[in-house]
Design a protein. Structure first.
Length: 408
């Protein structure tokens, strides 16, 4: 008999997501509507999530999908059968209704076949993402108004574990450790971790940082933080989440960076990624495997610009192994924590003012990037991050996998 996730872990997981991850640590309120996305492989967690929402007095909208596997692969079939018009169609009235109705979203990652889309042209997938851009913009606006929250979680499958070259039990050992599901009250453990992250965020926000210089054997990259920026982390968007991040002014990115971890995109694996930036744009992109896919991804509108810069302290993260999914790999700990950037869409939560007061031209003026793509690419190698402050002085804020800040 194969590995089965202990029932108490599934129940704790659902309670953590519904009553802590959503609502930025506050959980849901009575009468709130939660939109739950999950596939067949995640059925135990999907059921536990519904029960947790109902116990909290909330309501559910379910999006429960069949697995993509060797016998049925609807994700692939859609792209193979649909015309360009069908791929680009956006059900505006329905989606407006959903956005108006929901207060929270839980997205459960549970791939029965991580390569379900490997034979689909990336251009078709990008066209679909472009068509659904209004949905993301409406949800962003609602989130900026404080009326919407979301979280992403992982439910491990045999296929995902195999991608990471782990057994299913080993894979779930990482999930249990990362989410503190082995604790009697995971929510309490997360409150402690998030308090430490908030201390780091406060220390970074207190520094008048103008530029960042990341250096190491595989990187020499300059990043301009930009006007009216703030650092973010530890607010329930993604469980687990140990990272501290900001969205820099994309125009000030200069230099080169190589990534130690593989990138999964459009159902394919890209390894050995290296990017060169000039005047904020990717001017050279290479990879040891699937370089053409990397090039095609970066060719999407504004996908060749930095949308996020992130650091994870090795003292906080309990993730120690490669998990073959961005949710975990961008939060990995290990001896040197991790550093990563995302190319594509900027994160509006990193604006220090009222985001609802800004028009599209204002976001552009401040150097926030707009794109349908947001692709995190990760490194776990030893790097130093040196901040140049507005008075011209320099100080190391990160090194040896740890933040180098007073009180952190």
């Amino acid at each position: 008999m194969g590995y089965e996730v202990p029932h108490q872990y599934v129940e704790r997981y659902a309670d953590l997501l519904v009553n802590h991850a959503l609502g930025a640590g506050a959980g849901i309120s009575r009468g709130d509507v939660v939109w739950i996305h999950a596939s067949e492989s995640a059925k135990p967690l999907y059921a536990a999530l519904c029960r947790a929402v109902w116990r909290a007095g909330g309501l559910t909208i379910g999006e429960f999908r069949p697995d993509d596997d060797a016998t049925i692969n609807l994700s692939r079939d859609f792209y193979e059968i649909a015309s360009d018009e069908q791929v680009a169609h956006f059900m505006e009235s329905y989606m407006r209704g959903i956005v108006g109705q929901v207060d929270h979203l839980i997205q459960v990652e549970a791939d029965a076949d991580p390569h379900a889309l490997s034979n689909v042209a990336p251009s078709k997938i990008l066209a679909r993402q472009v068509a659904h851009r209004p949905l993301n913009q409406w949800l962003d606006a609602k989130e900026n108004e404080g009326r919407f929250s979301w979280t992403i979680a992982l439910y491990g499958t045999e296929a995902m574990a195999a991608e990471a070259r782990l057994t299913l039990e080993q894979y779930w050992e990482q999930i249990v450790a990362a989410c503190f599901l082995d604790a009697e009250d995971p929510k309490a453990r997360w409150r402690s971790v998030e308090a430490q992250i908030h201390t780091t965020v406060a220390a970074l926000d207190a520094l008048p940082i103008e530029r960042l210089h990341m250096v190491g054997e595989d990187v020499d990259l300059h990043i301009t933080v930009g006007e009216q920026r703030r650092w973010k982390g530890g607010e329930g968007n993604n469980i687990p989440s140990f990272e501290v991040f900001t969205s820099p002014d994309w125009r000030g990115t200069e230099g080169w960076i190589r990534f130690s971890e593989p990138l999964y995109t459009h159902g394919n694996l890209v390894t050995g990624v290296e990017l060169q930036f000039t005047d904020g744009l990717v001017t050279r992109a290479t990879a040891t495997e699937n370089e053409s896919l990397l090039t095609e991804m970066l060719a999407a509108e504004n996908a060749n610009r930095v949308g996020e810069f992130s650091l994870t302290d090795s003292r906080l993260s309990r993730i120690t192994k490669f998990m073959a999914t961005t949710l975990y790999d961008e939060n990995v700990g290990g001896p040197f924590g991790n550093t990563h950037i995302a190319v594509g869409k900027s994160l509006q939560v990193c604006y220090s003012g009222d985001p609802n007061a800004l028009a599209p031209a204002d976001w552009e003026r401040l150097g926030f990037n707009e794109s349908v793509v947001h692709t995190d690419i990760v490194s776990t190698t030893d790097r130093e991050v040196i901040a140049t402050l507005t008075d011209g002085s320099e100080r190391t804020i990160y090194g040896g996998g740890q933040f180098q800040l007073d009180g952190v």
